[in-house]
Design a protein around this ligand. Structure first.
Ligand code: UD1
Length: 374
């Protein structure tokens, strides 16, 4: 059985890892031999956003690298579409697997749909109901052209049913929970990030910021100032800065400076990020993946957006949506720290209740095999 997995951006490497591992082990358990050809579009090309994830997550080297790189949405997606089509015609897979909601997801799904090659979408059914987000358009289009939709949560299944996609949808749980369960011991053993940053046995927060809505508008300076306030008044904050954000700080607010307590660092690999998130008292982020990772690791999250694709994390009390309002951000961080002090320990959010049993990848691979055999 021949599969093509299309990835290109950092969060997709994390989602691919457990699925790739499950595909390579299925034969040992009496299943078919699956040849999984990984196509890397090159959307993320910095070694710190790409290579380190392949090595740490033990993902096989991509069979094909398209080296598309950055560009406007149209240009970037078009370049990928052309490159992926060429690969698919050449390789003739039984199925194409796409992950998440980036431009690489959209391009992989469209290229396969036009060639009438069956498509599986991993992490289907997420909706922010905000079409200003490029990811929302990518999700909707990918879900509607895909043949099998692997949904991570009950909410995602409900979203798919509302769009008449229930028949193609399967609830499998979240592959990012698989990834964290597989790697958290490894992260605790191998990552030295806490000692490098002098954070051992100290309360601290972790922040990330990269969404276009936050970086490509006036909100950027507001949020950067809010992080400065949190770091100055409440607790030290480590901020691994995405390249998009570095470049926007340079063009939109070149005079902004990190204040006392706020440490800007280069993007970190998966094992270091898990270590930081696990040890932190609070996470401040606009990333979808990090909201969940914080939840899985029982670290309270303050989300710098007005909506989330992961409402379960909010309903369960692990996540608060604060948008870009500095007073509210400080107030919620301060509440979180107060609760930590009062309870004397981290909360417990019971990830399994909402995100499956940590074997989403096994269910996805079985679903793919069944689909292809039919
Ligand atoms: C992309 C995804 C987003 C995902 C994020 C994870 C889309 C529309 N967005 O956003 O859903 O959450 O990845 O990180 O697909 N750049 C570099 N080096 C790189 C990659 C990017 O310097 O390796 C810079 C370039 O200046 C580029 C900018 O970052 O123009 C934006 O990169 P792009 O891949 O278009 O989107 P992300 O913001 O990374």
């Amino acid at each position: 059985m021949r599969i093509v997995s299309v990835v290109g951006a950092r969060p997709q490497f994390v989602k691919l890892a457990p699925v790739s591992r499950a595909m390579s082990s299925v034969h040992e358990h009496g299943g078919p031999v699956i040849e999984d050809i990984i196509v890397h579009t090159g959307q993320h090309y910095d070694p710190g956003l790409s290579d380190i994830f392949f090595s740490e997550l033990q993902i096989p080297e991509p069979g094909i690298e398209l080296d598309i790189g950055s560009g406007s949405h149209g240009r970037q997606t078009a370049g990928m579409l052309e490159g992926i089509e060429r690969v698919l015609l050449d390789v003739g897979p039984d199925m194409v697997v796409v992950y998440g909601d980036t431009n690489s997801t959209l391009a992989g799904a469209l290229a396969a749909a036009k060639l009438r090659i069956p498509i599986a979408h991993v992490e289907a059914g997420l909706r922010s109901f905000d079409r200003d987000m490029p990811e929302e358009v990518n999700r909707i289009v990918s879900d509607h052209v895909a043949d099998i939709l692997f949904a991570p949560t009950v909410t995602a299944m409900e979203n798919l049913a509302k769009e008449n996609l229930a028949e193609r949808s399967v609830l499998v749980g979240d592959v990012m929970l698989d990834a964290i369960r597989f790697n958290s011991n490894l992260s605790a053993q191998r990552s030295e990030i806490l000692s490098i940053l002098n954070l051992e046995n100290r309360p601290f927060g972790v922040a990330t910021l990269h969404r276009a809505a936050n970086t490509d508008s006036d909100r950027l300076l507001v949020l950067l100032d809010a992080l400065n306030r949190v770091a100055r008044d409440l607790l030290p904050v480590v901020f691994p800065v995405h390249p998009r954000t570095v470049s926007r700080i340079g063009t939109e607010c070149p005079d902004w400076q990190p204040g006392p307590g706020l440490s800007l660092i280069d993007p970190v690999g998966y094992l270091d990020m898990i270590r930081l998130t696990d040890a932190a008292s609070v996470v401040l982020t606009d990333s979808g993946g990090l909201q969940k990772e914080a939840f899985f690791l029982n670290t309270p999250c303050v989300t710098l957006r007005e909506e989330t694709e992961w409402p379960e994390t909010v309903d369960a009390g692990g996540n608060v949506l604060v948008g870009a309002a500095p007073d509210r951000i400080c107030e919620v961080v301060s509440q979180v720290l107060g609760e930590l002090r009062d309870n004397g320990k981290q909360p417990s959010f019971s990830a399994e209740q909402y995100f499956g049993d940590g074997n989403a990848a096994g269910k996805i691979v079985n679903g793919i095999i069944d689909f292809v055999r039919r």
